[in-house]
Design a protein. Structure first.
Length: 288
């Protein structure tokens, strides 16, 4: 069932007309009483009842709101024109907000792709775009949005590892945009039948579960140390290579292979060591 837009006349002219008719009906009733005309009195009373019932046809549509009209359970249409309106007084009128809304899911405990327990939560920004589907396709569309969003979040979290560990793959921690796009598409697919459009979905909380947090922290620290050491060694080797090339190109000194190996060893110790080195001054010959 899709939304069907209908127009309702402005309520102000209808109100003025009903007030004029009520005044005329009261005058008719007074005339019937004064002239002792029972049929006029009965007709005036019946007309007054009809006019009073017609007053219940007035309703107000707020900005960014839709009023869903039903006639004894049958869907008539949705009025989106803001302001005072009038429709058949027998219509039931249900308001549906079309404003942009958001909610933050609870912190869910799930296993990532590697089987590690993690805690994850998300913020979902959504909006009703089809009032008929929102009211008639699901029982409670707001509760439906919350439950399906958390279900999609669980499914998405199980599709990626928490961290890629230098494998280059997409992970929950390092690829925020890709994860947000996947989560948005996953939620939108589940909420399409409820007339809801998902504007944005992003992770608001991501952490390892408490029982493995300490172990994973040590693992991350070890990975960081290895990465730092790798960069240091790469830089040191480059600097040693530059030093040897410049010594050779400028003709400063000629070194045999043994002395080159000793120089490389010493430079690597100096460049890769964690503490400052103490130099030893050789006062003899190069080979002493």
């Amino acid at each position: 069932m899709n939304e069907r837009s209908v127009s309702a006349p402005s309520g102000i002219p209808a109100l003025i007309g009903l007030v004029v008719l009520l005044i005329a009906d009261v005058a008719w009733l007074i005339y019937g009483i004064q002239n002792k005309a029972p049929w006029s009195i009965v007709a005036a009373i019946l007309a007054g009842i009809v006019l009073l019932v017609s007053l219940s046809g007035f309703f107000t549509v707020a900005p960014n709101e839709g009023k869903v009209l039903q006639f004894f359970g049958k869907y008539v249409g949705t009025v989106r024109d803001a302001g005072p309106r009038w429709a058949n007084p027998l219509y039931s009128k249900t308001g549906v907000s079309l404003r942009v809304r958001n909610f933050e899911s609870s912190k869910l405990k799930v296993n990532d792709l590697d089987g590690n327990p993690i805690e994850i939560a998300a913020v979902v920004v959504w909006q009703v775009v089809d009032t008929a589907e929102a009211l008639f396709q699901v029982n409670d569309y707001e509760n439906f949005v919350h439950i399906q969003s958390e279900s999609a979040l669980r499914q998405m979290a199980q599709s990626y590892p928490y961290d890629s560990h230098d494998t280059g793959g997409v992970s929950l921690r390092s690829h925020g945009k890709e994860i947000a796009d996947h989560l948005q598409n996953e939620i939108q697919e589940r909420l399409a039948s409820a007339g809801v459009n998902v504007i944005e979905a992003r992770i608001s909380h991501l952490a390892f579960a408490p029982e493995i947090a300490q172990a994973m922290l040590q693992r991350q620290q070890a990975s960081a140390i290895i990465a730092a050491r790798t960069r240091i060694v790469e830089g040191a080797v480059t600097m040693v290579e530059m030093a040897l090339d410049q010594l050779k190109s400028r003709g400063v000194v000629e070194l045999d292979e043994e002395r080159k190996a000793a120089m490389v060893s010493n430079l690597l110790v100096v460049l890769c060591g964690e503490r400052g080195t103490q130099p030893i001054v050789n006062t003899g010959t190069l080979y002493n």
